[in-house]
Design a protein around this ligand. Structure first.
Ligand code: CDP
Ligand code: MG
Length: 751
């Protein structure tokens, strides 16, 4: 990857620009996010824990050196995990001590908000408690998660705790993957899956209780579910709704449901020393790698958790740590370096929960998934880069983009808290205290206020909620005020109208209703339906399925040329979409074989996933009585179907390899892995499925977003210039939206 390369080059050149604290921690200003009273309370709780564990450690830990305490507590904790059965571990969780009271509150109230620190047992225990209290005798107990990985891993853990097969009594359901059966009584699922279920079953009659987990994350789907479930609660007196949150914004949830009780699970965490970087880091990957090595070599046992923003960086970080430890040679203690991110195959994901061999330190490198959704026991050291990837509507690109943002203060505090679960810990923040105070938002902006809502709008319209402005949102999305015009409901409606899903009065068209049946983004659903109309649904189905899974091309860094050559053999001139179709068809005619995949540098897992997705979409098409047709080898019509759904992402040739978006004029370039790249000539017009920020854009963007974060020198006048530019860009964007709305009105008048 690019980052691996960068890290490697930098290392080879011996250039390390990041200035660093001398011996990690020793000379840095240290603040601890705890008051004296809280510290005492925590110490008391630690004492309790030690007694529970039967430890003979007699001393007062506050009087001892931190390091000794680290070691002792950690040994005790890992000893605990090693020797205790799952049942004993369950009884040790904080939620266990309040089990009876909590069940009582739930019996007496239809809606309860439950607050408890991460790792207190909310996700794994509450479903089981409800089952034990009889709720599964008259329905399912469902638990929603904003993240797929969390839904899968938690279901697996709970099935182990209950001693049942995953998919039997305990199962999970995520988009395109349903691991439940007729026996299932506890079902973990993504919030998106439950939202789609409300389409077919508005009262959720199959469920006796729903736990809306991780509500503090405020994912778009969770926010929409709030409004829908509030109605279900009003209609079904037998139904229970539990909303859980790891943070303190619980009052808002309680108010929304009509001042319902807030149940607090007492915490059991240890003090965490929080250390800020003295100077801004120019390269946080590099800085994190260095800090991890320093901790590994200089600090007592205890696992390390590093927060990065995404797969590429995580891989670069793992690679670089491993490489440097190797170079240090003999005498370096063993380390087990484990990545975790949502696209990682689930068997590898499970590895972060496994215990490392004696004397080996675990170093987990994660996205913000380990912030609250997943708990890895034994973490004592946290290294926080200060960034997270977020889906944000980008008016310049006219679509949502996963972009790197500084995290919020609340998120930073969650992350540092991860170091204090099994004993006192330390968190190194790779940003300055001033950046924390002045650059970071207090809390993360809810997704509903920052992303394109066309998916949600289509779904709500399918639920016959016609007046979206009247829907019961906890925090309504920005309206058509023009202030944040690019992000509002009107804009999303415009996009749907362009695709033909809405009519001129904003009502759902027959096409729109059909589109809503597919768990796909509106343009992809449109592509499928256009394919059916044009007589190539069989082929388009394959294209859509391939677009719904991660890239199937395998490109190991040490065999880059070989794999590039293999990929080029599949190229269909002028089309990446058709290249994907070609790959799939070849795989099919080779009996869907795994060895064929490896021989051609293809990920057989990804292809298998695409095949599964294809089967599921095919099912929906058959249910909808949409004709399955094939165009044989004449693929031109497939191109047409693709154009019919992605015309808003069309671009016109401007220079060599350079295009500009037909509507926004935004420049874009072909990706080096595209079949169009190096074709010898370039087509005059293209449509694209996805835009990614190049490293150039990305760096510039980082500098814009966080001038205090990065040591980018900026003068007063250049800052003024920047503001002026922003104002102009916003005016252009608003003008465009107005224009499109005016166009819509004209069209409406003409008809
Ligand atoms: O939801 P909450 O953060 O309150 O806690 P949880 O996810 O229920 O986790 C409680 C405990 O279960 C963790 O501390 C882990 O020890 C364990 N767990 C695990 O070992 N493997 C998982 N996949 C999930 C939880
Ligand atoms: Mg949880």
């Amino acid at each position: 990857s690019r980052l691996v390369k960068e890290v490697r080059e930098k290392k080879e050149a011996g250039k390390s620009r990041a200035r660093f604290w001398e011996v990690a921690g020793s000379k840095m200003g240290s603040i601890t996010g705890l008051t004296g009273g809280e510290r005492e309370e925590k110490a008391r709780q630690e004492e309790l824990m030690r007694l529970e564990q039967g430890s003979d450690d007699e001393g007062d830990y506050r009087g001892k050196s931190q390091f000794r305490t680290h070691m002792k507590t950690n040994e005790a904790a890992s000893e605990f995990a090693r020797t205790k059965t799952l049942a004993q571990q369950r009884r040790f969780l904080p939620v266990y001590s309040v089990r009876e009271e909590m069940l009582q509150v739930i019996r007496e109230n239809q809606v309860v908000v439950v607050v408890g620190e991460t790792g207190s047992g909310k996700t794994t225990q509450m479903t089981q408690y409800l089952a034990e209290d009889g709720y599964t005798t008259f329905g399912l107990v469902g638990c929603t998660q904003p993240r797929r990985v969390a839904a899968m891993s938690v279901a697996k853990r709970v099935s182990e705790e209950m001693g049942v097969e995953l998919g039997a009594e305990v199962g999970y359901s995520i988009r395109f993957e349903d691991v439940t059966s007729a026996d299932t009584v506890i079902k973990y699922m993504t919030d998106g899956v439950l939202l789609r279920e409300t389409l077919v079953e508005p009262d959720l009659d199959r469920y006796s209780a729903i736990i809306m987990d991780e509500a503090h994350e405020r994912s778009l789907n969770t926010d929409v579910l709030f409004g829908i479930l509030k109605k279900v609660v009003a209609r079904r007196r037998d139904f229970r709704l539990i909303v859980t949150s790891a943070t303190l914004d619980s009052q808002k949830f309680s108010d929304f449901f009509g001042s319902v009780p807030i149940f607090k699970i007492p915490g059991r965490t240890f003090p965490v020393d929080v250390l800020f970087s003295k100077t801004p880091q120019e390269d946080y990957v590099e800085a994190a790698v260095k800090q991890a090595i320093a901790v590994h070599l200089g600090h007592p046992p205890g696992d390390i958790l590093i927060f990065m923003t995404g797969q590429e960086e995580i891989e670069a970080t793992c690679f670089s740590i491993a490489e440097r430890l190797e170079q240090l040679g003999e005498g370096v203690p063993d380390a087990l370096i484990l990545p975790i991110y949502s696209q990682l195959p689930s068997d590898l994901q499970a590895k972060i929960f496994e215990r490392a061999p004696e004397g080996t330190r675990k170093i987990v490198v994660s996205t913000n998934i380990a912030e609250t959704s997943l708990t890895v026991d034994g973490i004592i050291y946290v290294i926080d880069t200060g960034y997270a990837k977020m889906k944000v509507y980008n008016p310049k690109m006219g679509m949502d983009a996963l972009t790197v943002f500084p995290e919020s203060q609340a998120a930073a505090n969650q992350r540092s808290g991860r170091a204090g679960r099994t004993g006192p810990g330390t968190c190194w923040r790779l940003f300055t205290e001033s950046a924390f105070r002045h650059e970071m938002l207090l809390a993360t902006v809810p997704e509903i206020q920052r992303t394109n809502l066309s998916n949600t709008v289509l779904l709500l319209k399918s639920l016959n909620i016609d007046n979206l402005l009247e829907f019961d949102f906890m925090d309504p999305p920005p309206q058509a005020s023009g202030r944040r015009a690019g992000e509002n409901i009107m804009h999303s409606m415009y996009q749907l109208w362009v695709l033909g899903a809405l009519d001129n009065t904003g009502g759902l068209t027959a096409l729109g209703r059909k589109m809503g049946e597919f768990p796909l983004d509106p343009p992809l659903a449109k592509m499928l339906l256009a394919g059916a109309q044009m007589g190539c649904s069989n082929e388009v189905l394959t294209v859509v399925s391939m677009l719904s899974v991660p890239s199937v091309f395998f490109r190991p860094p040490d065999r880059a040329e070989e794999s590039d050559a293999a990929r080029e053999k599949f190229f269909v001139p002028e089309s990446d979409h058709l290249t994907l179709l070609h790959v799939y068809q070849q795989w099919k005619s080779n009996g869907y074989r795994g060895d064929w995949c490896s021989a051609h540098f293809l990920q057989s897992k990804g292809l298998k996933k695409a095949k599964e997705v294809r089967t599921q979409l095919l099912d929906i098409m058959q249910q909808q009585r949409i004709p399955i047709t094939s165009c044989g080898n004449d693929w031109d019509v497939v191109r047409k179907a693709i154009c019919s759904s992605y015309f808003h992402q069309a671009a016109k040739l401007k220079g060599i390899g350079e295009y500009v978006n037909c509507r926004t004029g935004m420049p874009c370039f072909l990706h080096p892995t595209s079949a169009l790249y190096g074709l010898g000539y370039t087509p005059d017009y293209i449509t694209y499925h996805e835009l990614v920020f190049t490293s150039k854009e990305y760096m510039q963007w980082l500098a814009e977003m966080g001038p205090m974060f990065f040591s980018v020198k900026e003068t007063h006048s250049s800052r003024l210039e920047q503001r002026q530019k922003e104002r102009t860009a916003r005016a252009v964007m608003e003008g465009e939206l107005e224009k499109s709305q005016a166009e819509a009105r004209v069209l409406q008048a003409a008809q």
